[in-house]
Design a protein around this ligand. Sequence first.
Ligand SMILES: NC(=O)c1ccc[n+]([C@@H]2O[C@H](COP(=O)([O-])OP(=O)(O)OC[C@H]3O[C@@H](n4cnc5c(N)ncnc54)[C@H](O)[C@@H]3O)[C@@H](O)[C@H]2O)c1
Length: 418
Amino acid sequence: MNYDVKDIKLADKGRDRIEWAEEQMPVLRLIRERFAREKPLKGVTLGACLHVTTETANLMRTLKAGGAKLGLCASNPLSTQDDTAAALVKHYGVPTFSIRGENNTTYYAHIHSVLDLKPNISMDDGCDVVSTIHSERQELIPHMLGGSEETTTGVIRLRAMEEQGVLAYPMIAVNDADTKHLFDNRYGTGQSTIDGVIRATNHLLAGKIVVIGGYGWCARGVATRARGMGANVVVTEVDPLRALEAVMDGYRVMPMAKAARIGDVFITLTGDTTVIAGKHFPLMKDGAVVANSGHFDVEIDIPALKKLSKSVKPIRDNVQQYTLRNGRRINLLAEGRLVNLAAAEGHPPAVMDMSFANQALAAEHIVKHHDKLERRVYGVPKEIDREIARLKLKSMGVKIDKLTREQKHYLASWHLGT
Ligand SMILES: NC(=O)c1ccc[n+]([C@@H]2O[C@H](COP(=O)([O-])OP(=O)(O)OC[C@H]3O[C@@H](n4cnc5c(N)ncnc54)[C@H](O)[C@@H]3O)[C@@H](O)[C@H]2O)c1
């Protein structure tokens, strides 16, 4: 089996951690058991580009149980857990190409290694596989049944391809499922981003001013968690509706140029570029901590920070300290890459249980229905979304009411009023 991981001797440690995560992923386990019986992915090769974490390893086990042949590479150069990658190769037989800290050349070489396996389904987190297929590996397009996309930024890129008429095969936007973004983006990113900032800095958040760039699903999760730890949260936004929500949720909202002067910790989660720009750094307090948890490392203008600095030194794991020419120090976490994955372990398995249940069922849906799907971006079918919510509640031992016949009738009628 072809693979490229840091150290295959880490495999046993990785397996223990993968099994530990699995205990928190009951919905995915149920799907794996069914897949093992029914083999819905038999004969299919699936090329995945995801954060190589213990949760992803459990998704790979599920897809393999379903009969798929697999190839896996990382969707971010800093998000790979090297022990997980080794375990995937040694214990689970998944060709894995990812090494934490790989440079851009190796990152793309690993994507090509997965594409060399000639996948029929792509599974992306950020759209790098799809964009590579469309730009450099077009010979694969006739074999593609479909693809799925995990994150907001990837879905934005796919919709741009669809609008420009260049999307060459059907896509399922897993991020758009309610059982994905309402939970993964909010509670997963909320908890793990704070976890990453704390592991990197060991700072106390209570009493600090935490400036959060954006107030989307991820950002509101981080805002809630930061407030819960006693931070004084400031939000910056460009969308009036989201800004208004932030105001009514009780946060201070202001432009970044104003927030830059008062913040102790800055976290961007917008999917946009240059949210913290060169002009903002000289305004910041000495010792400000700057981090990003949006998909790409473009939200903080790091080239500008470098230009403004007279020196830079690594001061702790995942912290680079830049000293500006005005003498103030700016602490950049995880090179501006996803802080929750680079400095912590990413989302906890209990929430990835639902995201990856969507991924597994999306793959099955593509295999079953690819002949009816067009070159478009589809949502996850509503019945899959609801079923995942139902199974998750069941696994948590939570029961809910059922609509009575009378209630169904009432909700479907327009005659009954005051
Ligand atoms: N860290 C993780 O593990 C993780 C998990 C899920 C998603 N993501 C990524 O996080 C990012 C945000 O995802 P989301 O689901 O919250 O998206 P979203 O679309 O719900 O929210 C993004 C928000 O950012 C705002 N925004 C855009 N440009 C801005 C600017 N210049 N200044 C301030 N606000 C701005 C938008 O108005 C919007 O409200 C995406 O890149 C997504 O791929 C990361």
